[in-house]
Design a protein. Structure first.
Length: 237
């Protein structure tokens, strides 16, 4: 009689574990997008009846401010809630980190696809029949599908990675972990701004949209590296 050898957990297994709660990963994010469309359409209708137009709200950033805050919270929970379960199932810390990264990529692709679908509907309906600009908001690319996908995918990926870092800080140090990390991040960003502020306009003008891409890439790399370092010494709570 032979004994079956257990297959080691892979990053794909971590992704499956993360999506074991579809409400958090799918239903609520999509629901937020739809809710923002409904609310902003109602607001636009009021503005139009008052003599304005949908263009008056074209820079509101409603989707960005409403969705990405929740996405950061999803990133936090992707580590703080799932890490103990994953370790109990035999997942290594490195595999868990890679799985969390893969989850962020999949989730950001989901957000981008949902936003792109809503943008198509927004165009077909002439701005939800009242000239509303929700998915064609200036912060989402002003109606450019490629820019919309870039903002939603890149922003979602970055937000999830940052959230995962704070989740790892909580797992490693408890409640004081995220607080200390937040203070340290604030001090570091302030120092960097004071040093680099004179050069920022020139760099932004030279790189254009790539400045945001590079900034997001740096944030993701730092976040994922920090997550792995913190989880290597974290105990299961």
């Amino acid at each position: 009689m032979t004994t079956a050898v257990a297959r080691p957990a892979s990053p794909a297994d971590v992704v499956v574990l993360q999506y074991a709660v579809p409400t958090r990963m799918v239903t609520i994010p999509i629901g937020i997008l739809v809710a923002v469309v409904l609310v902003m359409t109602a607001v636009t209708l009021v503005v139009v009846r008052g003599g304005g137009s949908g263009d008056d709200l074209a820079q509101s950033g409603a989707v960005v401010w409403s969705l990405f805050g929740f996405v950061v919270a999803v990133g936090v929970q992707s580590v703080s809630v799932t890490f103990p379960i994953a370790l109990a199932l035999g997942t290594t810390r490195r595999t868990f980190t890679l799985g969390t990264l893969a989850t962020a990529a999949l989730e950001s692709a989901l957000l981008a696809a949902a936003a792109l679908l809503l943008l198509g509907l927004e165009r077909l309906t002439g701005g939800w029949f009242v000239g509303a600009r929700v998915l064609s908001d200036g912060m989402l690319g002003g109606g450019d599908p490629l820019l919309l996908v870039a903002v939603m995918a890149g922003g979602g990926f970055t937000a999830l990675s940052v959230g995962a870092l704070y989740g790892a800080a909580w797992v490693r140090f408890g409640a004081r972990g995220p607080a200390t990390l937040g203070i340290a991040t604030g001090v570091l960003l302030t120092a960097l701004l004071l040093v680099a502020l004179p050069a920022i306009p020139a760099v932004a003008a030279a790189l254009g949209a790539w400045a945001l891409v590079l900034t997001g890439a740096v944030v993701v790399v730092v976040s994922v590296t920090g997550e792995l370092v913190l989880l290597r010494r974290a105990s299961v709570r």
